[in-house]
Design a protein around this ligand. Structure first.
Ligand code: ZN
Ligand code: ZN
Length: 665
């Protein structure tokens, strides 16, 4: 049996090789290799490719595979030579900052103040560099802010290029294997984040292959209760084909390194910003845990190992991740790099859309200080939808109201000389709030008081400035055309060392302090809180969801004496400062936005699975969908499921589902 399969596999591979030779033979092919989800063709004559770019595109279309052409490492000139060549031939006023090499991809990356000057019109300089040095040139704009942690990690990762190359080959062999038993069914198994917010983790099983969507950590702690059910019988780590991470929030990516500690060596698919942000927050998690006196669930070595298996994929690029599963990331509008995950299963037998955390809103003459465009709602095919329901039960006030309320509060507290503490997650709310206050200050709506930004918010903000093309047009334009950094202002102080923290703690007048963590389970915000909690002049303002069990939630629900860890042990702290909650800044869709997404969603799914919400929120949304399906534009009532963790839902291709529906009718 196995030998027949091997023979068939060898034959189909020969066919593939022949197709590639027929199309690109003129480029003097040296080798053809699987590299993760791509087929890499190594050539000795890159000029042929430059002159026949359309041939590569046609071939990719014909084979329905991602084809990349790379120069053979032997024909690439040395890095020193290439660097010198670029510096001598690029326009002097381009402001070249740095030149980096990626051995794996055969890419030379030039970071410059004015990328347009280097690229000029057309591709002349790019082609010149390739022809002369064998390296493919990519030019990036110098970021408006630097992220030292990220840069160190990425540079360090370069020293693993041989291991990365080897890993990608193995991953490719697995993706393009001949199917063993084929797509037999589609099952969705809830391993975390069902009937709750936190530890998001979903196993999708087709019989042939298994893909894990997210692997998060609950905000309530670090122990096994905060982990997804990785010990469930359906989850066998050695059988896992791929991990897909929707976005870099702790409740979606927090336990990724643990998979590697447990022996996983497969691919992890993310968008490029998600990779950058998760590097920062995973490292931060180790520090946060230690400061809390807890042994972190994984080490830096586990993070490093995970990074060697990370495969960044841009939005809207269809990628093979298993013999019967194609993955596409689609903008989710929640945080930078956040995506909805579309899985095309079994040659079109089934299409599953996992929204993960998403923000759907309608742009109407929008003057609000939003950063990201709203989530997409049109797809080729969607038979089943897994949708978050964080705000399934209630609406929050409109964004404009929330902005007004925050500005009003800042004025009020500033007048009485107090400090305004705003706990934020490092990613998302931190940048939004900073933008709102910065704008308000510029327009004279709040007094000129210092805005201290502490914790990982700064590093992550730097990453936001690396991807202006993913931000809404007004912000992007300001950054690209005027070189303006929307996250800097005359009174913004990034707290990046101890002395600045001291300055923030001892500032005499009013000030705003934006700091992590968002739910106050550790992080610098707790340090500020210890210091400022006793004085009723000060205020603590919640602008995002507070999960049950966190310090944030306890304060929000009225606790006025709490136990906190100090250097010399645990002490009780009396809470006298004003505590306020401003709703409407959420990066999640509100109840009416969730319904409006369903109304606009094309095509309509037959099954809707609700997750990522407290049970009451899920129940409320489920009952609305069940009773109002006609208003939402469905032709027939969709099957609405609200499984618990450890439960599974079997999804049927449309024709069979119709039969089972009849049985239950
Ligand atoms: Zn999120
Ligand atoms: Zn989430």
């Amino acid at each position: 049996m196995a030998s027949v399969r091997q023979a068939r596999q060898a034959a189909s591979r020969l066919m593939l090789i022949k197709e590639i030779y027929d199309a690109l033979g003129g480029a003097e092919i040296v080798s053809i290799e699987y590299e993760g989800p791509e087929i890499a063709v190594y050539v000795k004559n890159p000029k042929f490719i430059l002159e026949h770019e359309e041939k590569v595109k046609e071939l990719a279309k014909k084979l329905r595979k991602r084809i990349v052409v790379r120069t053979h490492p032997k024909i690439r000139k040395s890095q020193e030579y290439t660097k010198k060549f670029i510096l001598e031939n690029a326009p002097e006023d381009a402001g070249i900052e740095d030149i980096l090499f990626d051995d794996v991809l055969g890419e030379v990356r030039v970071i410059a103040e004015k990328p347009g000057k280097i690229l000029g019109k057309g591709k002349a300089f790019r082609n010149l560099v390739l022809a002369e040095t064998g390296w493919r040139l990519e030019v990036y704009r110098k970021p408006l802010m630097k992220s030292p942690i990220l840069n160190t990690v990425l540079k360090h990762l370069q020293s693993y290029s041989e291991e990365i190359r080897k890993a990608r080959r193995e991953i490719g062999e697995r993706i393009f294997r001949d199917m063993v038993i084929g797509t037999r069914h589609v099952r969705v198994i809830g391993l975390g984040g069902f009937g709750e917010v936190g530890r998001s983790c979903i196993l999708v099983d087709t019989g042939e292959s298994r893909v894990l969507l997210d692997v998060g950590l609950s905000p309530s702690g670090y122990g096994p209760d905060a982990y997804p059910y990785l010990w469930a019988p359906e989850f066998r780590i050695e059988e896992l084909d791929a991990v897909v991470i929707s976005h870099a929030h702790m409740d979606h990516v927090g336990l990724l390194p643990l998979l590697f500690k447990f022996g996983f060596r497969g691919p992890v698919y993310v968008t490029p910003p998600t990779r950058d942000i998760m590097i920062i927050i995973l490292q931060d998690l180790i520090d946060l845990a230690r400061r809390e006196g807890v042994e972190p669930p994984f080490t830096n070595a586990d993070i490093q190992l995970a990074l060697t298996r990370v495969i960044p994929v841009n939005y809207n690029v269809v990628t093979d991740v298993a013999p019967d599963i194609k993955l596409t990331f689609i903008n989710a509008g929640h945080i930078l790099g956040s995506s909805m995950v579309h899985l095309h299963i079994g040659q079109g037998m089934f299409n599953l859309l996992y929204t993960a955390d998403f923000k759907f809103y309608r742009i109407k003459n929008d003057k609000s200080t939003r950063l990201l465009p709203p989530a997409e709602y049109q797809f080729h095919r969607v038979e089943a939808l897994i949708m978050e329901a964080t705000y399934g039960a209630k609406d929050t006030p409109p964004r404009e109201k929330a902005e007004e309320e925050l500005i009003h509060l800042v004025n009020e507290v500033a007048k009485r000389g107090g400090k305004i503490l705003i706990p934020v997650m490092a990613v998302g709310r931190g940048q939004e709030i900073l933008l709102v206050l910065n704008e308000a200050l510029k327009n004279g709506k709040i007094p000129e008081i210092p805005i201290y930004v502490d914790g990982m918010v700064r590093e992550v903000t730097a990453i936001y400035t690396n991807y202006p093309e993913l931000l809404v047009k007004p912000v992007r334009d300001r950054m690209l055309h005027y070189g303006e950094n929307p996250f800097e202002g005359p009174t913004v102080v990034y707290v990046d060392d101890k002395s600045k923290r001291e300055e923030a703690l001892n500032a005499s007048g009013p000030a705003v302090i934006i700091a992590t963590s968002g739910m106050m389970n550790g992080g610098p915000i707790v340090e500020y809180f210890k210091y400022f909690a006793g004085d009723p002049k000060n205020a603590l303002v919640f602008v995002s969801y507070q999960a049950p069990g966190t310090l944030g939630r306890r304060l929000q629900s009225g606790e006025r004496e709490v136990e906190l860890r100090f250097d010399n042990g645990i002490r009780r702290v009396k809470v006298n400062l004003e505590i306020r909650t401003i709703e409407g800044f959420t990066g999640h869709s509100t109840r009416s936005e969730l319904l409006s997404f369903l109304r606009r969603l094309r095509p309509k799914p037959r099954t809707i699975i609700l997750n990522h919400g407290e049970p009451s929120a899920i129940a409320s949304l489920a009952s609305t969908i069940k009773t109002s399906w006609q208003k939402l534009g469905f032709d027939s009532p969709p099957l609405v499921e609200a499984p618990d963790n450890l439960e599974s839902v079997r999804l049927y291709p449309s024709n069979i589902r119709a039969k089972t529906a009849l049985l239950y009718a």
